[in-house]
Design a protein around this ligand. Structure first.
Ligand SMILES: O=C(O)[C@H](O)[C@@H](O)[C@H](O)[C@H](O)COP(=O)(O)O
Length: 324
């Protein structure tokens, strides 16, 4: 099979390599000429036999939408576009509607596996018409992990990215649970070696998983995770999962809490907690900690330290709360 692949970054570059290893002819295009096989989208399309299959692997949102739009002017009847990025499923509906009158098929494909996919294969969740999917099938077969599982025709257009979105929501909650457990084990002075406890969980336990394996890798590389700041970005999938939960009245408290924990991680000093401290102080006279002067170290932190020590001793300033 011949296939065009647009976007040869961390994911796309490895996917090109995996498909080539499986015997596919892959024409890759990237804005970076050092990795590109051709110098334009038009040249990529020109190089493919009909029906042409073009896999888009660029950042979700505007870059993907713009690429699909440009391809709609270059491809024709019977050709197929696959969006393999982390696009929102609602974009798939719009893309399919744009392409249908032109006779161009559209398949959305959630791809999981990250930088390990080249060797382990990529888990694939795709949505679209069976006739369009059949044209892409050799690429799916080349990319998927070996073995029984790891790829699914999830449903109509949008079902692939919707499935991947829910997968990512689950990923948020699982990571959050491991991370909280790690912090708690580390905080309490009972376990001799928290990394070894985590490592032991890799076999036989109810909670063994690949994310647990990766957590142990990370702890081996950086014991105590001392080189990494407590800051986590999000690329949208968690938010969309929470929004879909709201739209459909499905409660997603674990995923939502995990998403919110990432937002909190980006603050040096929480305005919410300033307000809480201020109100506690107002109603109960509870101690507050002085803010750090701009560009300097915190002063007067003894209030908070005393308060924490007193709370731990069970006789802190919180005595006042019963009276409030
Ligand atoms: O299955 C996967 O391979 C991952 O889920 C992958 O899609 C990814 O690492 C996200 O892009 C990160 O998502 P967040 O930035 O939202 O954590």
């Amino acid at each position: 099979m011949d296939i065009g692949l647009i976007g040869l970054g961390k994911m796309g570059g490895n996917m090109r390599e995996r498909m080539r290893r499986a015997g596919l002819t892959v024409v890759g295009y990237d804005r970076n000429p050092d990795v590109s096989d051709v110098d334009s989208l038009a040249a990529l399309v020109e190089a493919l036999p009909s029906p042409k299959v073009v896999w888009v692997m660029v950042p979700a949102g505007d870059p993907t939408r713009a690429t699909v739009k440009e391809l709609s002017t270059l491809l024709g009847e019977g050709d197929v576009i696959v969006d393999g990025g982390n696009s929102r499923w609602t974009d798939d509906i719009a893309n399919a509607e744009l392409l249908a009158p032109l006779g161009i098929g559209y398949v959305d494909c959630g791809v999981s596996g990250g930088v390990w996919g080249l060797e382990n294969g990529y888990a694939l969740m795709y949505g679209g018409d069976s006739a369009d999917i059949a044209k892409v099938q050799p690429a799916f077969d080349a990319l998927k992990p070996e073995g029984e599982f790891g790829s699914v025709h999830a449903g109509k257009v949008g079902a692939g990215h919707f499935s991947k979105m829910v997968h990512n929501g689950i990923e948020y909650a699982i990571m959050q649970a491991y991370a909280e457990g790690w912090e708690l084990l580390d905080k309490v002075d009972l376990t001799d070696n928290v990394t070894e406890v985590f490592r032991s969980w890799r076999e036989g336990t109810v909670i063994r998983s690949w994310l647990l394996d990766l957590m142990v890798n990370a702890l081996d590389e950086d014991p105590g995770l001392e080189k990494i700041a407590g800051y986590a970005e999000d690329s949208g999938e968690g938010r969309w999962t929470v929004e879909a939960g709201i739209d459909n009245a499905v409660a997603t408290p674990a995923i939502t809490a995990a998403l919110y924990a990432r937002f909190v991680s980006r603050q040096d000093d929480s305005p919410t907690m300033k307000a809480i401290a201020a109100m506690r102080n107002q109603f109960g006279g509870h101690a507050v900690r002085s803010a750090a002067p701009k560009g300097g170290d915190a002063e007067g932190s003894t209030g908070a330290e005393q308060s924490e020590a007193a709370r731990q001793a069970g006789a802190g300033d919180d005595k006042a709360h019963g009276e409030s």
